[in-house]
Design a protein around this ligand. Structure first.
Ligand SMILES: C[S@@+](CC[C@H](N)C(=O)[O-])C[C@H]1O[C@@H](n2cnc3c(N)ncnc32)[C@H](O)[C@@H]1O
Length: 308
């Protein structure tokens, strides 16, 4: 296989064949010296090994077209010397589309059932509520959770200590999250009363207020990192809830399984994993998680003995 890949790389330079190679390499997880994944990693420090081949193909095709380069090889040569394009490529590989209260049903369920119960339990046991948003984009999802918690503390007339960690692989997205400035579209699902309470409107932009920003710890972290179990600021994981929504759809099968195993380890017993609207855990993980709700993608961590 490796010889075949190398031979094709020498003979063919059109993007279709090279993209076929990406497919071969990423899906079969072979990492021969001359493959494109290796090239991107070593020359450009861009690790694409966790991404789905079809997604990579579409991103690279788009960059090739937009930069008017002939093929993938010329594109890579160009990226090697063009730092701006390198940043654009990295940013393009990580689609950061998001908005506040994305999937309103999920947030309604969290605000009415899931979180009030958890807050009550924590208050009774003097516990700390620990949550992690993995793949937080520009902060929309984690700030949505912070708004819900703030509202619940007020309604329930109690406030419990919380640690909300929000991580992403992309510096640009994290920088936007730190700034906390959003377009009209991004806040389209936010109720008017929350817009008034938690945002300041300036020049048609919505600035999230400090009282929400300060509830969230933003950190760079690669979910596909094989050498750690949880974001460093969490120290040991032990989360009550991990939200990883609309992120794993870009991962290949092996990396998706590895990420889910990582989440399993990082959750407390009975902890919850929340996925995106159209994301579901594969059947081979039913020994680790059980689905909590027939409509929403919320899974409870099973304890090993439950399966015995
Ligand atoms: C489509 S956005 C989803 C944002 C938000 N969770 C939501 O549902 O609205 C996907 C985010 O996942 C991030 N991401 C992709 N791969 C990642 C990885 N390996 N580690 C951490 N973040 C990653 C991207 O940078 C992007 O910001």
């Amino acid at each position: 296989m490796i010889e075949c890949v190398n031979c094709m790389l020498k003979k063919e330079s059109n993007s279709t064949n090279l993209l076929y190679l990406i497919h071969a390499v990423t899906e079969q997880l072979l990492m021969p010296k001359n493959d494109i994944a290796h090239l991107l990693l070593n020359k450009l420090d861009i690790d694409i090994s966790s991404l789905k081949a079809s997604y990579l193909e579409s991103v690279l095709n788009k960059r090739i077209t937009e930069t008017n380069t002939k093929d993938i090889e010329s594109y890579i040569k160009m990226v090697e010397v063009d730092q701006g394009e390198r940043r654009t490529l990295h940013y393009s590989l990580y689609n950061d589309y998001s908005h506040f209260f994305r999937n309103p049903l999920m947030f309604e369920f969290s605000a009415r059932q899931l979180l009030p119960k958890l807050i009550q339990q924590k208050a009774e046991n003097n516990g700390l509520l620990r949550m992690w948003t993995a793949g937080c984009a520009s902060g929309e999802e984690s700030y949505t959770v912070a708004i819900i918690l703030k509202e619940l503390f007020h309604q329930m007339n109690m406030e419990i200590p919380t640690t909300l960690i929000a991580t992403d692989i992309e510096d640009r997205s994290l920088e936007k999250a730190r700034q906390g400035v959003y377009s009209e579209n991004a806040v389209g699902n936010v109720k008017h009363k929350y817009l008034e309470k938690y945002f300041h409107k300036r020049n048609n932009q919505y600035h999230i207020c400090e009282c929400i920003k300060e509830m969230v710890i933003l950190e760079k972290y690669d979910i596909a990192d094989k050498y750690s179990y949880a974001p460093p600021s969490s120290i040991f994981g032990s989360f009550d809830i991990i939200g990883c929504r609309n992120v794993l759809i870009y991962f290949n099968e092996k990396s998706r399984q590895a990420a889910i195993n990582k989440f399993y380890r990082a959750l407390k017993p009975d902890g919850l994993l929340v996925l995106g609207e159209s994301e579901f855990l594969p059947d081979n993980l039913t020994n680790k998680f059980e689905r909590l709700n027939s409509i929403l993608s919320i899974y409870r961590k099973k304890n090993i003995y439950e399966d015995a």
